[in-house]
Ligand binder design. Structure first.
Ligand code: NAD
Length: 473
């Protein structure tokens, strides 16, 4: 049990203004594993004031100085990788091997990429009598979810630090413990006081106070589309810059000339990673109608090999879902899928055998899914794959794009040129081609209602820069 009683404000551990706290539940044991303060408007006020005060110092620090501090933070994240992996495995339920590899290792890598970018300084441009310079946006507020909790915080904190911004972080209430490890690292990094502030609490109180605060210049939010809409509305009142990373319903387009064994197996690993709680999860597998049964057989055999259970067991690939609420929501979608006439291939809404305790949902696959069905349209955010048959390439592209979301996608073909052609037709921020891997510098973000703005790499950095034109004599 990890109990935190303070907030990190102005470079110090400060007692919160209120007395309320938030309990953190271990989704495997269904018992409390932590407690953090429920911040209030007064805590937000202190944090924003300290970030505003620190902006002068940090925005004018030399690129080499910023790079050195960010480099030290990256090193400390790498050094504490095991502890971070265990913490997130416990509060989120992701099995330890994957939590350490992804949830803990990735933030250290991403932080290091921004140390390099900080060293280069912001890009400038000169033409005729014009010099275009880039400057940090100002005070930023970051509101983040629980599914890749530290990765999502670092995806905002690292570029903001590199750009010269100061910030207040409000992590998710479900998995906030990792944010304390980051704050501990910040406290020892040599970062000037007030550059990084941590205020835990609910979205309704702390999140909304940040969105309304006149001294916050930019809000970067990752989470549900519903909360994103509310945040956009609040931020618009004081014309803040807003970056939204929202939900997804990504299509995995398997063309008729693809290596089915490879493509389908990859798709299974993708949808069941983190128990399907991945915003870019390839939750719709589009297969040629005349080869659906072949794809279903491979998917079923591959799903049968997915090991699920205790997150502390390194042999497991899947753990429980984050909460009872999330489990019940996912079960509801599974019931709806069956009711609407999709074919249940494996899994289902019953508790998986031997896993009565913990918020488990079995790896579930539906076939014969029509694009109009609820399970094909709504983000389930659980281990549920929809296999959707299509008639031809144009039909596949039409179905892939027939969604309010546009976060990610994938295309598989024996002909790389054809795969590329189809990938260009998908209205999404990322497309994986023939299993192409994640890259920490590749821009990530959504089209349509998956949000706007990009994270990671130089595109992520630009979100935190203002553009100024100097008109010379
Ligand atoms: P959520 O929207 O409920 O919460 C996200 C964060 O917003 C939390 O910190 C929460 O406290 C805060 N929040 C909630 N309501 C708020 C309000 N009215 N004002 C201010 N802050 C508020 O989402 P979640 O359940 O934590 O995460 C799951 C969702 O996040 C899924 O829809 C998923 O697709 C999405 N997601 C998107 C990405 C991406 O990069 N596109 C990444 C991860 C998760």
């Amino acid at each position: 049990m990890k109990t935190y009683e303070k907030l990190f404000i102005d470079g110090r551990w400060e007692t919160p203004a209120g007395n309320d706290s938030i309990s953190v539940t271990d989704p495997f044991s269904e018992t409390a594993c932590g407690r953090v303060p429920a911040g209030t408007d007064a805590d937000v006020e202190r944090a924003v004031v300290s970030a505003r005060r620190a902006f002068g110092v940090w925005s004018s620090a030399a690129p080499a100085e910023r790079a050195a501090v960010i480099g030290r933070i990256a090193d400390a994240l790498a050094a504490r990788q095991d502890e971070i992996g265990q913490t997130i495995s416990r509060e989120l339920g992701m099995p330890i091997k994957w939590s350490t590899r992804i949830q803990a290792a990735l933030p250290a890598t991403v932080m290091a990429t921004f140390a390099e970018m900080a060293a280069q300084g912001p890009p400038e441009q000169t033409f005729d009598n014009v010099r275009v310079v880039k400057e940090p946006v100002g005070v930023c507020a970051f509101i983040t979810p629980w599914n890749y909790p530290l990765h999502q915080i670092v995806g905002k904190v690292a570029p903001a630090l590199a750009a010269g911004c100061t910030m207040v972080v409000k992590p998710s209430s479900e998995a906030p413990l990792n944010a304390y490890l980051l704050a501990e690292i910040m406290a020892e990094s040599g970062l000037p006081p007030g550059v990084f502030n941590l205020v835990t609490g609910t979205g309704r109180v702390v999140g909304e106070a940040l969105c309304r605060h006149p001294e916050v210049d930019l809000i970067s939010f990752t989470g549900s589309t519903a909360a994103g809409r509310r945040i956009g509305e609040l931020a618009a009142r004081s014309v803040k810059r807003v970056t939204l990373e929202l939900g997804g319903k990504s299509a995995n387009v398997i063309l008729d000339d693809a290596d089915f064994q490879k493509a389908v197996t990859h798709g299974i690993k993708d949808i069941f990673l983190n128990s399907g709680q991945t915003c870019s999860a390839l939750s719709r597998m589009l297969v040629p109608a005349h080869r659906q049964s072949e794809a279903v057989a491979i998917a079923q055999a591959s799903a049968a090999k997915v090991k699920m259970g205790d997150p502390s067991d390194p042999a497991n690939y899947m753990g429980p879902l984050i909460s009872a609420k999330q489990r019940d929501k996912v079960r509801g979608f599974i019931q709806e899928g069956s009711a609407e006439g999709a074919t249940l291939v494996c899994g289902g809404d019953a508790p998986p055998p031997g896993l009565q305790r913990g918020y488990f949902v079995a790896p579930t696959i539906f076939a014969d899914v029509a694009p109009t069905m609820t399970i094909a349209r709504e983000e389930i955010f659980g281990p549920v794959l929809c296999i959707i048959p299509y008639q031809d390439e144009d039909d596949a592209v039409r179905i892939a794009n027939d969604t309010i979301y546009g976060l990610a996608g994938a295309v598989w073909s024996g002909d790389p040129e054809r795969a590329l052609r189809v990938a260009r037709r998908l209205r999404t921020g990322q497309v994986m081609i023939n299993g192409g891997g994640f890259h920490p510098r590749a821009p990530f973000g959504g089209y349509k209602q998956s949000g706007h703005g990009r994270e990671f790499g130089t595109h992520g950095l630009e979100e935190f820069l203002e553009t100024k034109a100097l008109l010379m004599e």
